[in-house]
Design a binder for this molecule. Structure first.
Ligand SMILES: [Zn+2]
Length: 168
């Protein structure tokens, strides 16, 4: 067993989100809403990684990701891998994939953008120009955003802006 596996408890049934960009684990928990789960969670921040130097890892007992949560993770950490665990064994492993077009998940902060129209607001849509570092463009007003400028349309959490790095 490798060193970083020993540091974090194995889970019986649930999800492991691995290879999260270092410092983003708590932002991911907040955005996906798992921070409100009553289930057992183990979170590793700045775990040594051979491939990336440092990484974050989240293990959640009894929870599985939906498509929206997978997309949210892909925006924050395009290298993340998702493993589904049953009876302590990995039954499925997949890499997150950032969509070519991101719909609804992100707000355009341009006040004059049609997506912010008071009369007939329409759902946001962004074209992914670059995955890493992330660069996206509003389909309607052409404004370009970098990762640290993004505002997510997460339920009840629209006020929260991503923090680039979380220092513990
Ligand atoms: Zn816009």
């Amino acid at each position: 067993m490798s060193e970083d596996k020993l540091k974090i408890e194995r889970i019986h049934k649930g999800t492991v989100i691995d290879h999260i960009d270092a410092g983003y684990a708590l932002t991911i928990l907040n955005l996906t809403g798992f921070d409100e789960s009553p289930n057992l969670m183990t979170i590793g921040v700045n775990v040594p990684s051979k491939k990336y130097g440092k990484k974050d890892i989240i293990k959640i007992e009894g929870e599985f990701l939906n498509e929206m949560q997978m997309q949210q993770i892909s925006i924050l950490s395009p290298n993340a891998t998702i493993s589904l665990i049953d009876d302590y064994a990995v039954i499925e492993k997949k890499k997150v994939k950032i969509p070519h077009i991101i719909k609804k998940l992100i707000l355009c902060t341009n006040k004059t953008c049609i997506t912010n129209s008071q009369k007939e607001p329409i759902e946001t849509e962004f074209l992914v120009l670059e995955e890493k570092p992330l660069k996206i463009q509003c389909t309607y007003c052409d404004r370009i955003y970098k990762l640290e400028e993004i505002m997510f349309t997460s339920k009840q959490k629209t006020e929260k802006k991503i923090k680039q790095k979380i220092q513990l």
